[in-house]
Design a protein. Structure first.
Lengths: 406, 406
């Protein structure tokens, strides 16, 4: 018989483990809102002495600073002085490779954006090394602008990433296959004169995953939702109990290839009637009579729909209906508290929502569906890059014990 | 910004928590295979003294016994004596309400079935109290046969259960709505002269969930799978990282109402083209020219298909194709390591699999699909009842600290 739940991580509880977990606990309380040592002790149930010792360690690691009313007089450890996250401490560096753009961003420990750079550039079909060279330059500038010391680098990519976060297996819209993203980016950073950034731990992740995580962390909504986004392809992120569902091989969330009309048109993936054939970039542009148009398709469609273009509105209505069918199936399977339209779809929501709502109401019959459960992300297309940078900072906050002292 | 992952359960680590978690750790090691105290100390990293003290507590609770070579001479705490799970200790009592049957089962701490009773009876449209009276009698007999002291009672039902496990919200195939299953069953147990069973903690759960959990615990397969089963309706269980995905309201897994052909026939649920309209009991019987036939539909179809009935085989091929389309969508969303055909479908697998395999191969295009990932449960229709009984025992093993001493 398989072992009981929740015990597999195993190993006995011990003093080092306790200290590490209490370090994280204290940091969590401080991250919520600045607190004095006495307040931290009350909030956590730890002794005053333990809190003081843990706080010193967090201050030494640059994660926490003394602030609050009595701060300027500054005797270290003085009770009554509020402790807060250090906005000049270790930062998160985020990078994004899109089909039509690059992005770089720095957030501080409090999750505030300290630098944000975006460059429109057609990456489709370019060699990875050339794209990485442009991205490295953008990262170098963003890091210099923020003036903080990044603790890690996370990269959003429009494709499937291996579980180790080092290998981009396939990015159909870039024409890439088996690219060692972490290694390539490090090389490019060194060549760009940003050797200090090349020393950082680098992880790549799928843009839809990072968009979903950004929604979880910054969107302020549910702990259990389906985030549906579109850039060049359609992606989704499934969040369950506050955690991203990645799947056995890291390929979960491929809503774009859920069959909508099983005998429908053939998809680039080889299957028939996938959602992308009805609600993906090419399909919607074709339905709108805009096939082959270049540039930012989301902005173009939104502008035309706003201007009252009936063909564009009808195309978006059709895309919304297909989205509604696929999402209804996902809701029946997953029972999320919310469905969030993100990425490019957030901008297009006014014209997608009516048909989506109708399909969901008709097809989610197990327990009542209500329109309020279908929401629009306020992060929109900024999600993946924010998710990348904020994820670095959150890893630090969740386990400060792994940060070496500076 | 939302709090870091993995810290929400919160609270400081402390001595009582450590002891409780170490108690579970020791029990986990012993549950795997009988071990001496010295071996337990080696396996866990705990001191010999700590292991001895924890073992005494587990023995006093009736969970663990001395066994092995030197056991009969029996000095308690003697090193070298193997410790094993007590097969005469607290047991798990499982119950099942099917549309056409009732079931009761007792498993011991080692997960071995010590009593198994099944009664064929048409429950559709019967009043809950009448069904519970029959079930209580079956449970009384099963418990008497096993001669063990049950630590809890879990009930498998063909419907949606509230998060507290006390209320059956809807069981369409029974014609039930908002039935207080736990309270009703307790009343019936008292009336059946099984007052001791009425004192047990009772939890109801959806049969498809329990079938999926049984597959996880006893099936010996993956930690990440989709379990697809059929009884009167179609159910599924999604297991991720060894845990059942229940959904925000506990309604996850409704694969039967995933749209397969969105403009297809109207389903009892009100939507159009749901999987149940192609692969559910009524749909398959109709396609096989057996509409309205009573009794065990799975056995009937299997017998006829085995005998070479072409109409039945064609009906099952069609059901397999529809299952393949719906499951392909689920695989694209969830990326499970395996898809397991369970419940009644396990028996029908020889005729369902060919079309399912073809649809999956054609529609799961993100990462290669391989036929070996589609498997057949060896538990079949015994899954839900086994899952109910074993779940009781597993809760005990996972947290022995909550068991009061006898």
């Amino acid at each position: 018989m398989r072992e009981p739940d929740g015990l597999r991580a195993g190993g006995p509880a011990n003093q080092q483990g306790m200290r590490r977990s209490n370090l994280a606990l204290v940091l969590r309380v401080i991250a919520r809102t600045p607190r004095s040592r006495a307040e931290v002790a009350t909030d956590t149930g730890l002794t005053r002495a333990a809190v003081s010792s843990l706080a010193e360690e967090l201050i030494a690691a640059g994660l926490v600073v003394e602030e609050g009313p009595a701060a300027p007089s500054g005797k270290v450890g003085r009770p009554g002085t509020a402790l807060g996250l250090n906005r000049d401490g270790p930062a998160g560096l985020g990078a994004e490779i899109g089909v039509e753009h690059l992005g770089a961003c720095v957030v501080d420990l409090r999750g505030e954006v300290r630098a944000w750079r975006r460059q429109e550039i057609r990456n489709r079909g370019r060699r990875p090394a050339a794209v990485m060279a442009d991205l490295a330059e953008l990262l170098r500038r963003a890091a210099a602008e923020a003036g903080l010391r990044p603790a890690g680098l996370a990269l959003a990519v429009p494709g499937l990433v291996g579980a180790d976060g080092a290998l981009l297996r396939r990015a159909a819209n870039l024409g890439w296959r088996d690219v060692g993203t972490a290694a390539e980016l490090r090389l490019a950073l060194r060549a760009a004169g940003a050797g200090h950034l090349a020393e950082l731990p680098v992880r790549a992740d799928n843009e839809a995953n990072l968009g979903g995580l950004a929604e979880l962390w910054l969107g302020g909504g549910a702990e259990h939702f389906l985030h549906v986004s579109a850039e060049a392809g359609i992606g989704s992120a499934i969040v369950v109990d506050g955690r991203l569902l990645r799947g056995a091989r890291g390929y979960a969330g491929e809503l774009g290839h859920v069959p909508v009309h099983p005998e429908g048109p053939r998809c680039a993936c080889g299957a028939h009637g996938c959602l992308e054939q009805y609600a993906g970039e090419s399909a919607v542009l074709r339905a709108a009579g805009l096939e082959g148009v270049r540039g930012d398709w989301v902005a173009l469609l939104a502008e035309r729909a706003e201007a009252g273009d009936e063909e564009v509105r009808a195309a978006l209505f059709g895309a919304g209906a297909a989205l509604g069918i696929a999402v209804a199936g996902a809701v029946n399977l997953l029972d999320p508290a919310e469905v969030v339209l993100g990425g490019g779809y957030a901008r297009l929501a006014p014209w997608l929502l009516p048909a989506m709502r109708a399909e969901l109401a008709a097809r989610v019959t197990v327990g009542p569906w209500s329109d309020e459960r279908l929401t629009v992300s306020r992060l929109g297309r900024r999600g993946p890059l924010l998710g990348a940078a904020v994820g670095v900072v959150r890893s630090l906050l969740a386990d400060p014990g792994r940060l070496e002292e500076p």
